[in-house]
Design a protein around this ligand. Structure first.
Ligand code: ADP
Ligand code: MG
Length: 110
């Protein structure tokens, strides 16, 4: 399938770097069927409470006690990643993952 390379790289890069900041282990899968390219990024970090999983896509929103105050972050990573997924006709959703932390799922139509 065809993607815009720079945007697609940034989309996945933002998700993977979030996972890398909060977790020790990251698992990435990719799967394509007749309709969708589906990529999952799982981590074993603290996750995001279900009630906050849409909020965190808002620009500049970063979760409190700023888990990593010393880390550089703008609160734009998820907003940008979702914009890019949507500009490819897809989306990103957050859920519980098999590693106990967060699962970010990117889905782009084929
Ligand atoms: N994999 C993750 N595990 C736990 N919390 C996360 C994860 N990814 C994002 N978050 C939370 O969502 C907030 C927003 O993420 P993001 O938009 O990428 O901004 P930033 O990384 O600059 O803080 C983060 O500040 C963090 O609180
Ligand atoms: Mg980020």
């Amino acid at each position: 399938m065809t993607v815009r390379p720079a945007g697609f790289k940034r989309c996945l890069g933002n998700l993977v770097s979030n996972a890398g900041r909060f977790a020790k282990s990251i698992a990435i899968t990719g799967h394509r069927d007749h309709r969708w390219l589906t990529i999952t990024v799982d981590d074993d970090g603290p996750g995001i409470p279900a009630a906050m999983r849409e909020e965190v896509f808002r620009p500049f929103l970063r979760l409190d006690d700023a888990r990593n105050q010393d880390e550089v972050g703008t609160g734009l990573g998820l907003a940008i990643a979702r914009d890019i997924a949507r500009s490819h006709g897809g989306d990103i959703i957050l859920s519980d993952g098999p590693l106990k932390g967060l699962r970010a799922t990117v889905r782009i139509p084929v």
